[in-house]
Design a protein around this ligand. Structure first.
Ligand code: GAL
Length: 368
């Protein structure tokens, strides 16, 4: 996919957001109700992120979000907390923010089901909650902002299957799958999308694992066990994100597997992009985190001031509630389109990617 398309999609979403969704709330509708509404120029906004084993949260989501809030509302305050992969810690963090009088919560749940109780407590205080990146299993979220996550899985599965076919790996050959965390609704969607391609590809899933807390170390341990069990039968490796891909590749290298099978990823982490350049990882999925975080900030400021949110689509929770949603489009990245995706979009500069170890690979890949 050309980067132009991505920009167009993001721009469209932003226009929809600006034009369609922000209307002054005069009748006290369910989103952004009166009791917690902030003054015109200031608000307390809570940002709760799920883990610190994945690079994106501290290096992208948080700074993009804070910068947008400051731009939109210089007197607003952002209260930030990272759950470090612990649902009860996130519960405590949210309760502390509610006690401190936040006007809105932006919550990326470590555990989508457990986080429903946070939404319940917030609702009791008339504090709206935005489901950020991961869907909270609650009918009372005011909005959901994310990507088309099943599409992420489809892109990963397709890239893996295409590469196996391109390199002549015969049908029936084995793949192992390192999925994401079982408490993360996104992981379920990635897995579903990947299986929708892999299961009809002719290749065989030898084994798969749901990685607790998306922990790269646990992914590494599991893959090491699969190498012992299946050895050279492993012709392809599905990893749900770059963090777990890094763990899987460390296990493969630790077992002196050579050549490495194609390995997928997600998040376009710098380390992931550099592994693609060195040939250790085959692909990743670029999700433009800046527009995602900025949309969340824009909605948070609006909700804090009592404005209603309409969304550009709706997403159903497991319980069947339709949540107003803003879903962005993911992009598959291989060595062939690093320049036209993450560099062209300003996610990284060529200088950040093409450090001494990768300079030659960058030149070959046309990254400048
Ligand atoms: C997912 C998120 C991914 C990912 C993972 C690990 O929910 O969409 O970008 O890296 O969590 O935190």
């Amino acid at each position: 996919m050309k980067i132009a398309t991505t920009r167009a999609v993001i721009a469209t979403a932003a226009i929809l957001l600006a034009a369609g969704s922000l209307t002054a709330c005069s009748n006290g509708s369910s989103n952004g109700s009166s009791a917690s509404t902030a003054t015109a120029s200031s608000a307390k906004i809570g940002l709760l992120l799920p883990d610190s084993v994945t690079a994106r949260y501290e290096s992208a989501d948080k700074p993009y979000f804070e910068a947008k809030v400051t731009a939109l509302c210089p007197d607003c305050t952002v209260l930030y907390a990272n759950a470090d992969g612990d649902a009860s810690k996130q519960q405590q963090q949210a309760e502390s923010m509610l006690t401190q009088g936040v006007n809105v919560l932006v919550l990326d749940p470590f555990d989508g089901e457990a986080a429903a109780s946070i939404v319940g407590e917030a609702k009791a205080k008339n504090v709206p909650v935005i489901s950020y990146d991961r869907l909270i299993d609650s009918p009372d979220s005011s909005a959901y902002i994310s990507f088309d996550n099943e599409k992420v899985g489809e892109l990963q599965g397709q890239a893996l299957v295409d590469d196996l076919k391109k390199t002549g790996v015969p049908a029936g050959a084995g793949i192992i799958m390192v999925n994401g965390s079982p408490t993360d609704n996104n992981a379920t969607l990635f897995k579903k999308g990947a299986h929708s391609v892999i299961d009809t590809s002719g290749y065989k899933v030898l084994a798969e694992y749901d990685t607790p807390g998306w922990d790269p170390a646990q992914a590494q341990t599991w893959v090491a066990g699969q190498i012992t069990q299946f050895g050279s039968q492993i012709k392809g490796l599905y990893a749900a994100n770059d963090g777990t891909a890094g763990g899987a590749i460390a296990a493969l290298k630790g077992a002196n597997v050579s050549p490495l099978p194609p390995v997928t990823g997600q998040d376009a982490e710098l380390a992931g992009i550099q592994r693609i350049l060195s040939g250790d990882q085959y692909m990743t999925v670029y999700k433009a985190l800046k527009p995602e975080a900025e949309q969340a900030a824009t909605l948070a400021v609006a909700l804090a001031k009592g404005q209603a949110v309409n969304g550009t689509s709706t997403t159903n929770t497991a319980g069947g509630a339709a949540i107003p949603s803003f879903l962005l489009v993911p992009v598959a990245v291989t060595v062939d389109n690093i320049e036209s995706t993450v560099v062209a979009d300003g996610f990284y500069t060529a200088a950040q990617i093409c450090t001494a170890d990768y300079a030659a690979a960058c030149a070959t890949a046309g990254i400048k």
